[in-house]
Write a protein that binds this ligand. Structure first.
Ligand SMILES: [Zn+2]
Length: 571
């Protein structure tokens, strides 16, 4: 599919419509495997809902229309799910996420709010009982200032309660950690271990380590932590995929994977233990890219596991003032942030990836980071052409990840080059308390500017960046349409002119996310011929008052026509 500026959106929609009209509207004689009866279906294209029924055969949608039309498709073997008016959307897609990272985060024991050291030990022991023998237990969030005795704990009670798993749990601020005896033994922490510069191993009267590590002692010990083994990676990815499916996600990304993580995905996919679609972007490591550029991408015709992306990094993050800005930080004069790769590296890697059949997503948060990212993409699009020729606009689907703070001319350039803006609505509502301090008033015009991306004719694919933000895509849709936090602040929304309509937000989490992953020929809309990736909600997220969107629940999630999540007690 070839798209050209200035406005690719109508062309994309027209191409989708043309593809759909090529599919016969009348069902074949064969009975359906599954009928979802009497629902309100949001096909995305068109945006208006269809009241009626949807039928599935061999994992694909074969009918969507008035309920009466599905009757002839019901045979003796057909499963019929009565929706009783419930809303159905295409399976939701997270265009920028970290599934394996979510799996690691889900295994972390949450110690926030513990009222005593005894409670910390109890929670850790309960978490250890869920893990295989000898597996590392990680956690975070303890704070001795919340306890009756406001002193650092010592490992004895923890080591007695959890002798067989090494334990490492961070204090709430991340500047101290508590380890049990097994962890200290595995990491070689003993009385003879010297304190590093800028760090301490707290010790008892005899000089033995108490299990509490401060600052650089955490770095020294952390460098010796074992990399997760294959079984651990598989366990985490599978758990994270189930967690995502329960929130209505039928396709996710893993932005920046290494070789062991890729191997774990492949093993899960072969074993049929990956319930949702996953699209992997390789991390920017020279040996990994050499190997993959020589071998070429892995494009699953069924779209279950796709390995065709490369993640590059232009700059850091705004919160830590690592995002690269054109003018200094408003709250840190003289600080321009950090570029994490040279423009030459980005341009060369982007061109090589494209030539090897890979798609490129460049992390760019600050306006200077985005200039460098777009320069690199433009150079890749001009590679092999002389300077007077225009860039080659093909179907490479270059992406800028986050596109968080942009100059207005760069928003227009992004659209002109056909570059997809891969943005995360909840980043805006998480960052809004402090982003204005970092940026000052002038730069807010192009900050988290979803509306301006669309108005410029750009493509907007939405995601969450989980586990940095919450997984639930309904929180993303809520943030997109309100620009408010979950308490409804600020009134009217932050920079409310950038709000999206619900239809635009849904398209961002379905069709345009699918497009951004080369999956739009399979999923992202509800229509005969498309794979039956669907979500059934208990209330209609397109109709409830906006403040209620976050509390809408997912009753059913289907991938390829198979139920991968069913809410307990759902009808
Ligand atoms: Zn990310």
């Amino acid at each position: 599919m070839l798209r050209t500026p200035p406005n690719p959106l109508p062309l994309l929609l027209a191409a989708v419509a043309a593809a759909l009209s090529a599919v016969p509207a009348t069902p074949a004689e064969d009975a359906a495997d599954l009928v979802l009866a009497h629902g309100v279906f949001y096909p995305v294209t068109p945006p208006e809902p269809v009241e009626g029924s949807l039928a599935v055969r061999d994992g694909a949608i074969v009918y969507l229309g008035p309920a009466a039309g599905a009757g002839p498709l019901v045979g003796p073997e057909t499963e019929v799910i009565e929706l009783a008016g419930r809303a159905v959307t295409p399976g939701l897609i997270d265009a920028h996420s970290h599934l394996a990272g979510l799996g690691a985060a889900l295994e972390q024991v949450d110690l926030v709010g513990t009222a005593s050291y005894e409670e910390v030990v109890e929670r850790i022991a309960a978490g250890a009982a869920e893990l295989p023998p000898s597996a590392w237990l990680r956690g975070r969030g303890w704070d001795q200032n919340d306890w009756p005795v406001e002193e650092f704990p010592t490992h004895a009670a923890l080591s007695a309660a959890v002798p067989d798993h090494p334990v490492w749990v961070n204090r709430i601020d991340g500047h101290a950690a508590l380890l049990n005896a097994r962890a200290m033994a595995e990491l070689g922490i003993a009385a003879a271990t010297p304190d590093p510069p800028g760090g301490r191993f707290l010790r008892d009267a005899e000089g033995r380590p108490t299990g509490v590590l401060i600052d650089n002692a955490m770095d020294v010990a952390g460098a010796r932590l074992p990399a997760p083994d294959a079984a651990t990676l598989r366990r985490r990815i599978a758990a994270a995929a189930g967690y995502a499916a329960a929130r209505g996600l039928t396709a996710v990304t893993d932005m920046g994977v290494d070789a062991p993580t890729i191997a774990a995905y492949r093993e899960l996919a072969v074993a049929g233990e990956l319930p949702i679609r996953a699209a992997l972007f390789l991390t920017d490591s020279a040996p990994l890219l050499e190997q993959w550029f020589a071998a070429g991408p892995e494009i699953d015709p069924e779209g279950r596991l796709t390995i065709r992306g490369v993640k590059l990094y232009a700059d850091g993050a705004l919160g830590s003032r690592g995002a690269a800005l054109v003018e200094p930080y408003a709250d840190d004069p003289g600080n321009l942030g950090l570029l994490t790769a040279s423009g030459d590296h980005l341009a060369e890697a982007a061109a090589r990836a494209r030539d090897a059949g890979f798609q490129v997503g460049i992390h760019a948060i600050g306006d200077r980071g985005n200039v460098v990212a777009l320069d690199a993409i433009e150079r890749a699009l001009r590679a092999g052409r002389d300077g007077s020729e225009p860039p080659r606009l093909d179907d490479s689907r270059f992406r800028v990840e986050h596109a968080q703070v942009m100059r207005l001319q760069d928003l227009r350039r992004m659209a002109r080059l056909g570059v997809i803006a891969s943005m995360q609505p909840t980043h805006a509502t998480s960052d809004m308390p402090w982003a204005p301090d970092r940026l000052g008033p002038g730069r807010l015009d192009g900050a988290y500017a979803w509306r301006k991306v669309l108005d410029a004719g750009g493509l907007l694919a939405l995601g969450s960046d989980f586990p940095v933000e919450a997984v639930d895509p309904l929180l993303g849709i809520y943030a997109a349409v309100t620009r408010q936090d979950l308490e409804g602040r600020p009134e009217g929304g932050w920079l409310p002119e950038e709000r999206l309509t619900r239809e635009e937000a849904l398209a961002g989490f379905t069709l345009f996310a699918a497009h951004s992953l080369f999956l739009d020929h399979l999923v992202g809309t509800l229509a005969p011929g498309r794979r039956a990736d669907l979500v059934v909600f208990d209330r209609d997220p397109m109709q409830v008052p906006a403040a209620e969107i976050p509390s809408v629940r997912v009753d059913l999630t289907l991938v390829d026509g198979r139920v991968v999540h069913r809410r307990e007690a759902a009808p």
